[in-house]
Design a protein around this ligand. Structure first.
Ligand SMILES: Cc1cc2nc3c(=O)[nH]c(=O)nc-3n(C[C@H](O)[C@H](O)[C@H](O)COP(=O)(O)OP(=O)(O)OC[C@H]3O[C@@H](n4cnc5c(N)ncnc54)[C@H](O)[C@@H]3O)c2cc1C
Length: 496
């Protein structure tokens, strides 16, 4: 029997590891259980690897217009092996950072699968207890081996921690932050070689010549941006009537136009029926129906980007108490109340495993809030105001409601819009495509939401989130001096 903890967190993604730190800051003794790598999907298979590759792709794309701004360089060449190597280095550096945070905060990190036995006990199978210090040593060893070019091995083999088949942790609170995995709709042929999810595409050492993307949501469109920026062929097939179906209609229409100019072939209202191998076995055929017409597209690779499903593998098993087995779930997602507590008192759940907004910063905010509730404090984070971003070119950032949503809710709202083609910084950096829209209550002028599609939109959208959390009006924002020349001056112009 291991030590008794105040909090055992299962899953070391952005929901879990940040909650673990929050627990320590609230005076709790905390254990963190992770069966793969520290950082979860976000760091290892999501936000960070995609944006690292996207960074190279965008620089490559920008260099194409070098001569028009007086910059002539030799023809740039993409070295995919080097792109992957750098991506791995970035991930390693950030994993090391998390391990170091665990050490500083004296969080006991257990490597293994966490199973909830009852309200007060979590079993860790193939458990390897690594104090924060050991977790950091392991991350350092891994970084050194990478630098020496050694093949990466099994994480447990590399650890200096004590190995045990299993250990049972006793605790007063449990936080489930087990995340999500790619959802794979039952499309015949989806297990053929060359058909991948985002996990597979991120690890691929080279690129497909032509990529078909099934799903025009955020993940699908970010990969479309990478592939098209690097000059590869892309076909997007989306079942709904537009790409980015959860975002502002004008943003979706604009992105479609921009992508089309980059030779991305986009089909909306198109339902994929099956995937086949070409006659010579060298390629893939994707058959779909678009406006009742049977169509097909050919490529050497297919990405299935049809959403993600909550992951609870190994979390609740035959060994779990009846109360835990009966935990309320809805279509595989764990149901919680507004304090992130599940139907089992003392067991909380946050992040992707609860469905809802599947974003890293939402998981983190929920994790911190859940811990505050465990400590009997009021929630201080506005978890209802979640900015969402798409890292295409131009970038997209949205928060709150759009004009269409305001109308659908019967709200009286005004919309202010500024076109970035008049913004100095946008013109000088050749990024004048785009706009900023602000939606405000028509009576009080209180800001209800904003939609931005322009350079640095993903960094600038937080200004509107701050305004919303503090119930600022258009006039309050217009009181502020914005530096010149910046993209952010577009915000001032929009609210004035
Ligand atoms: C390609 C891609 C790009 C993305 N880009 C962005 C982006 O730009 N911005 C953004 O905000 N979000 C992005 N996301 C979404 C983001 O990654 C997730 O919303 C976020 O990681 C969810 O955090 P989480 O803590 O809930 O779970 P996760 O990050 O999924 O972490 C869960 C962890 O729990 C572990 N685990 C599961 N079960 C057990 C168990 N029983 N015992 C022990 N450990 C367990 C898993 O191994 C995993 O490490 C992206 C996702 C993908 C796939």
């Amino acid at each position: 029997m291991a030590d008794k903890f105040d909090l055992v967190v299962i899953g070391a993604g952005p929901g879990g590891y940040e909650a673990a730190i929050e627990g320590v800051q609230k005076g709790m003794k905390v254990a963190l259980v992770e069966k793969r790598e520290l950082g979860g999907t976000c760091l290892n298979r999501g936000c960070i690897p995609t944006k690292t590759i996207l960074h190279t792709a965008e620089l490559y794309h920008e260099l194409q217009s070098g001569p028009s701004i007086g910059l002539t360089a030799r023809e740039p060449v993409v070295d995919m092996e080097m792109v992957q190597k750098r991506k791995d280095e970035v991930l390693e550096q950030l994993r090391k950072g998390i391990a170091s945070l665990m050490k500083t905060n004296k969080i006991s990190v257990y490597c293994g699968t966490g199973t909830i036995l009852d309200r007060e006990h979590v079993k860790v199978a193939s458990a390897e207890e690594k104090s924060g210090e050991k977790a950091e040593e392991k991350a350092e060893e891994k970084a050194e081996e990478k630098a020496e070019g050694k093949a990466g091995g099994n994480s447990e083999e590399q650890s200096g921690g004590q190995k045990q088949d299993q250990v049972v942790l006793e605790t007063s609170h449990i936080l489930i932050a087990t995340g999500s995995v790619p959802a794979c709709p039952p499309i015949p042929g989806s297990s053929l070689p060359g058909v991948v999810t985002s996990d597979g595409l991120l690890d691929k050492k080279d690129m497909f010549e032509h990529l078909i993307i099934i799903g025009g949501g955020v993940i699908g469109m970010e990969f479309a941006s990478v592939y098209s920026s690097l000059g590869h062929g892309v076909t997007v097939i989306e079942a709904l009537d537009r790409i980015l179906p959860t975002m502002d209609k004008e943003i979706a229409q604009n992105l479609k136009m921009i992508m089309k100019k980059r030779n991305v072939d986009i089909h909306t209202g198109a339902k994929v029926e099956e995937i086949l191998q070409t006659e010579d076995g060298a390629g893939l055929i994707c058959r779909y129906v678009e406006k009742d017409k049977p169509c097909e597209a050919r490529a050497d690779g297919i990405l299935i980007a049809a959403g993600r499903r909550a992951y609870t593998g190994g979390l609740i098993t035959d060994e779990s108490s009846q109360e835990v087995k009966d935990m309320a779930m809805e279509r595989g997602r764990i149901v919680t109340d507004e304090k992130y507590e599940t139907s089992v008192p003392g067991i909380y759940a946050v992040g992707d495993v609860t469905g809802g907004i599947q974003l890293a910063h939402a998981a983190t905010a929920q994790g911190r809030s859940a811990v505050a509730h465990m400590a009997g404090e009021d929630m201080v984070i506005r978890t209802d105001i979640v900015p969402s971003c798409v890292y295409t070119n131009p970038e997209i950032g949205c928060v709150g409601i759009s004009a269409d949503e305001a109308k659908a809710r019967g709200m009286e709202a005004v919309t202010k819009k500024y076109i970035m083609s008049a913004n100095g910084k946008s013109i000088l950096s050749q990024q004048e495509r785009g706009f900023i829209k602000v939606v405000a209550d028509s009576g009080s002028h209180r800001i209800l939401g904003a939609q931005m599609m322009c350079a640095r939109a993903t960094d600038m959208i937080s200004q509107f989130a701050v305004a919303m959390a503090n119930e600022l009006t258009l006039e309050d924002m217009a009181k502020v001096i914005f530096p010149h020349p910046t993209f952010s001056e577009g915000i001032l112009e929009a609210v004035r």
